[in-house]
Design a protein around this ligand. Structure first.
Ligand code: ACM
Length: 755
């Protein structure tokens, strides 16, 4: 094959390229290599290659598709096949595997005379072409491509984006634009969440009722629909809201994605999240009735007949190796009461309903395997036993992924707190309504898909990571782009670039040019926030705090005060380091052109008596929100005002908060303050009351104060409250804090401040 390839090299196609709109304009900056994701190796040289109207592409025949994308994407008016190229050219050269570092890799050499892109495969050539395309698009007015040598290959083979088109439908033409943008940043898997309770979105010829009856619903706004009996509208009804993809459209999208180097993985949800199927085929529900629950009956063989028929059509449209079968969040209540499901459990000698779900997944896996396909599912497919060759998509944290990798199964990481792009990306008070959570650009950027628990022989099972975009609150293209960008650029770097090469400050610096590019491409990206986060490192011995500020802006002007008052342009200007002695109330903000750009950030540093002291948990804290574990409540600083997920707030999940702090010696007390948070959407409530007790022997406690809550349960927005008590006159070694979790939801607390 290699010999034939080099013969083909002699027969190179010559494609002429006419560049338009290259009029000389004022230089914005010296061009630099600002590719995202960061390539493996870049050596910059002086000089530039000038794109001029006579620049032509000369390509290996097998890369003619890549050449055509380059000519289109770089706004080239026309191109033609020539036999011989004289003058400035871009060469796309096919080389042997030994010449590039990886089959998906490429080498790009830019000199003043020519640009040479070498790759061993079409995928490698596409990756290199997208780097080159960025370099061209980033310099739209100059046509100057900086001279450099770039050797590059991906860290992970799976770099995914999941789009939920069930909760809101996005038209086929827009999906193509979405793919174009993904490809520009080298994301190579589009996981298409096509079916779910809110609507079935893919034409199935054998079951036309699926789309005719459930691709449209009665209400557009999620909360309105969710609050109703959640009914559907027939296709064509005047008030119906939704849509679906015909098989022809889906095939076109698959083909379109393929030429961009993107694999489309369809997801057909089962056995849960199937309310829409049961609305049309109530015989597949345990109750035999629609609108009772969202789970398919697994005791009923008709369910498997239906699923196999659907999957047969799905496989004919989507050639992907993987077929995603959902598997998440299936409620087992209906199966527990269903005679058919219970008979299945008995006949198959299953132990419980989790094993019943696993039985269903295995049956589907066998079917997919018989057609040469592989099963992919959300991490619930681990429960009740993982199907033999299944790949697990870990979303409820990383635990499912770790377990599956340890079992030798392939894994895709997409944990909620770092990969869910439906979460807020800045202060929720400044943002369009989202489902909750808090996932900043930097949080995405800092995500590491290989968990520390996996050593190298297990880490290899982590195929990559994925951004998930659930669309309950995302009903428009503008909003979808807003939630996707720029966070997808961070995810691109997480999944493509070497771990050791990732540096957020450097990323932010490259990002500035990409913000301008996204503007030119008319992408409605989320503008970088003027918000600040304050971080402090406490040295308890020396009673010093090292303060730093986190911002999405590059080199912002940060002004601060230390007495809690709002900063102005005459306040202290942060010069890159700040060390404080003693307690202080820091208040900081970005001020530009004399204007305070967004509300200030506050952090109180308290050098109080309890800092660094031993905390005994009489009741456990939440595993998922452990913050700094035993050190959380006495580390000298308080959780921030944006989210319980900032790593400072400690959660108590359904149980009360009950901790004892040992001050090491009996001491006169002055006061106690404990902060709590309320945000009712995710089930976070204030305690009903907080009891403070003291003791000198750590056994016999005396209650000295009860602090009651005055924040109503109906106050849904994020609210902080200090529960404070005067302790003057008390002397004790042990202080016990008991917070009543009356709602049995989450208590979130930080810092027990004792003076
Ligand atoms: C999921 O977020 N339910 C996979």
């Amino acid at each position: 094959m290699k010999g034939q390839t080099s013969k083909h090299l002699l027969l190179m196609l010559l494609i002429a390229v006419f560049i338009t709109q290259l009029s000389a304009q004022v230089k914005i900056s010296t061009p630099r290599i600002e590719i995202i994701p960061q390539p493996t190796k870049v050596v910059e040289h002086t000089g530039v290659f000038m794109l001029v109207p006579t620049t032509r592409i000369q390509c290996d025949p097998s890369f003619s598709g890549v050449a055509s994308l380059l000519s289109k994407g770089a706004s080239i008016r026309q191109f033609s096949v020539l036999e011989k190229v004289n003058g400035p050219k871009i060469k796309l050269v096919k080389v042997g595997r030994e010449t590039v570092s990886d089959s998906m890799g490429y080498r790009l050499v830019i000199t003043p005379e020519e640009i040479t892109l070498s790759a061993a495969t079409n995928a490698g050539a596409l990756n290199g072409m997208h780097s080159l395309m960025q370099l061209i698009l980033l310099q739209p007015n100059q046509g100057e491509i900086p001279c450099a040598e770039i050797d590059d290959h991906p860290r992970f083979g799976y770099r995914g984006v999941m789009l939920d088109v069930s909760r809101h439908f996005f038209p086929a033409d827009y999906i193509k634009r979405y793919l174009d943008l993904m490809a520009l940043y080298k994301m190579n898997v589009f996981h298409w969440h096509l079916t779910d309770g809110p609507g079935w979105r893919l034409e199935i010829k054998k079951y036309p009722e699926l789309t005719a009856k459930t691709a449209y619903r009665t209400h557009k706004i999620w909360k309105d629909w969710w609050g109703t009996p959640r009914h559907y509208s027939d296709e064509g009804s005047p008030n119906g809201y939704g849509g679906y993809y015909t098989q022809k459209q889906a095939r076109e999208i698959v083909a379109y994605a393929k030429q961009l180097g993107i694999t489309v993985i369809p997801e057909i949800e089962m056995p849960g999240h199937s309310d829409e199927v049961l609305a049309v085929y109530p015989n597949l529900a345990c109750s035999g009735k629609p609108f009772t629950n969202g789970e398919l009956c697994l005791g009923n063989d008709s369910t498997f007949v239906f699923l196999k028929n659907v999957l047969t059509e799905v496989m004919a449209i989507f050639p992907s190796q993987y077929i995603h079968v959902g598997g998440d969040e299936a409620d087992q209540a209906a199966w527990k009461k269903c005679p058919k499901c219970q008979k299945r459990i008995k006949d198959e000698k299953l132990n419980n309903e989790s094993e019943l779900q696993s039985y269903g997944v295995r049956r589907i896996e066998q079917f997919l395997a018989s057609k040469g396909r592989k099963l992919l599912g959300w991490d619930e497919i681990l429960e009740g036993g993982l199907a033999p060759a299944a790949t697990v998509m870990s979303w409820r944290g990383e635990e499912g992924g770790i377990t599956a990798a340890k079992m030798g199964h392939n894994v895709i990481m997409t944990p909620g707190n770092t990969c869910y792009f439906d979460h807020y990306q800045a202060d929720p008070l400044t943002q369009p309504l989202a489902i909750g959570g808090y996932l900043t650009l930097e949080n995405v950027y800092q995500y590491e898909p290989i968990p520390a628990e996996l050593d190298s022989d297990k880490a290899k099972y982590v195929l990559g990571a994925q951004a998930n975009i659930w669309t309950e609150y995302i009903s428009s293209i503008e909003h979808l782009e807003y939630m996707t960008y720029p966070r997808l650029l961070a995810m691109a770097e997480v999944t493509w670039s070497e771990k050791g090469k990732r540096d957020f400050t450097n990323f932010k610096s490259r990002l500035q040019a990409h913000y301008r590019l996204l503007q030119r491409l008319d992408v409605n990206y989320c503008r970088p926030s003027y918000g600040l986060e304050i971080e402090s490192k406490i040295n308890t011995e020396a009673k010093k705090a090292l303060i730093s500020f986190k911002s999405e802006l590059l080199n912002p002007s940060i002004y601060y005060t230390l007495d809690g008052t709002e900063p102005t342009k005459t306040s202290n200007l942060y010069q890159g380091s700040l060390e404080l002695s003693g307690s202080s109330k820091i208040c900081a903000a970005i001020i530009e052109d004399g204007e305070l750009k967004e509300k200030s950030a506050k952090l109180t540093v308290d050098f109080h008596k309890a800092i660094g002291k031993k905390v005994t948990y009489n009741l456990p804290y939440s595993k998922g929100y452990s913050a700094h574990k035993e050190a959380s409540l006495v580390n000298g600083y308080r959780g921030g005002g944006l989210t319980y997920g900032d790593g400072e707030w400690q959660g108590f999940d359904t149980n009360d908060m009950d901790v004892t702090i040992d001050l090491e010696k009996s001491d006169a007390l002055k006061s106690i303050t404990i902060s709590f948070m309320q945000q009712t959407g995710p089930g976070v409530y204030m305690p009903d009351f907080v009891d403070i007790s003291v003791s000198d022997n750590g056994k016999d406690f005396r209650k000295v104060k009860t602090i009651t809550n005055d924040i109503p349960l109906t106050q849904s927005k994020l609210t902080l409250k200090n529960f404070e008590a005067d302790l003057t006159g008390e002397k004790a070694r042990y202080v016990r804090v008991f917070g009543k979790n009356g709602q049995h939801g989450f208590l979130f607390t930080d810092e027990v401040i004792i003076y």
